[in-house]
Design a protein around this ligand. Structure first.
Ligand SMILES: C[S@@+](CC[C@H](N)C(=O)[O-])C[C@H]1O[C@@H](n2cnc3c(N)ncnc32)[C@H](O)[C@@H]1O
Length: 200
């Protein structure tokens, strides 16, 4: 699908008569939009979950139900435009780290962090969250897909080692973990990953 989209844009670009500078500019814009769409829509979807932003009401509920304490470290796996990371650092006094695969959203969220002068407390790492060590996190937030939660489950069990670690998942659940708090209406679940599995 990615290759088909890019090929269509390239063919369109090459088929435009080069004596028309307006048409040439237009075709380059089409090509640029195709590249951005490919990277921004398809890459996240293939790697874990499409971008669906959390509303500000849900952001506040997620951060409240996490019961964050000043000085804790929060990771948002798939941080999108950085809204959870920014709100956590700005309003809850924690250090917040977003992991995001889409370079355009990484750029945008880093820009917002620097405009808000939050660089000391918030940062965005451009990476695939499956490749990132989570050991320094007290709280991990996820709003992904069920199959991505399933794939991350063992990694979270292995890598979360802080004494009071917890996982907050929006919409999607984790089978077999103890739910320690939840907001059923908004589908926000706070988990303590299973300790038997951690020591196995
Ligand atoms: C549903 S959105 C959630 C965005 C943000 N956490 C929020 O609540 O507004 C999922 C995000 O995960 C990112 N994503 C998907 N797979 C990823 C991966 N393997 N590594 C890093 N980010 C990923 C997507 O680009 C997208 O921004």
């Amino acid at each position: 699908m990615i290759i088909a989209g890019l090929s269509a844009a390239v063919i369109l670009t090459l088929s435009v008569p080069t004596n028309s500078s307006m048409a040439l500019i237009l075709s380059w814009i089409v090509l640029l939009v195709a590249v951005i769409t490919t990277v921004s829509v398809m890459l996240p979807e293939v790697k874990g979950a499409p971008w669906v932003p959390t509303s500000s009401k849900i952001v506040n509920k997620v951060l409240a139900i996490a019961e964050l304490k000043p000085g804790e470290v929060l990771y948002d796996l798939g941080s999108g435009d950085g809204r959870i990371v920014i709100a956590a650092a700005r309003d809850f006094g924690v250090r917040a780290v977003g992991i995001e695969i889409d370079p355009f959203r990484v750029f945008y969220s880093r820009l917002r962090i620097s405009l808000l002068h939050l660089q000391d407390k918030a940062r965005i790492v451009r990476a695939n969250f499956f490749d990132i060590q989570l050991g320094e996190a007290d709280v991990v937030v996820l709003y992904l897909l069920q199959q991505t939660n399933n794939k991350l489950q063992r990694k979270l069990e292995r890598e979360l080692i802080k004494p009071n670690y917890r996982v907050v998942s929006v919409v999607w659940k984790f089978e077999g973990w103890e739910v320690i708090r939840c907001d059923d209406k908004e589908m926000i679940y706070v988990y303590k990953p299973r300790s038997e599995t951690k020591s196995a």
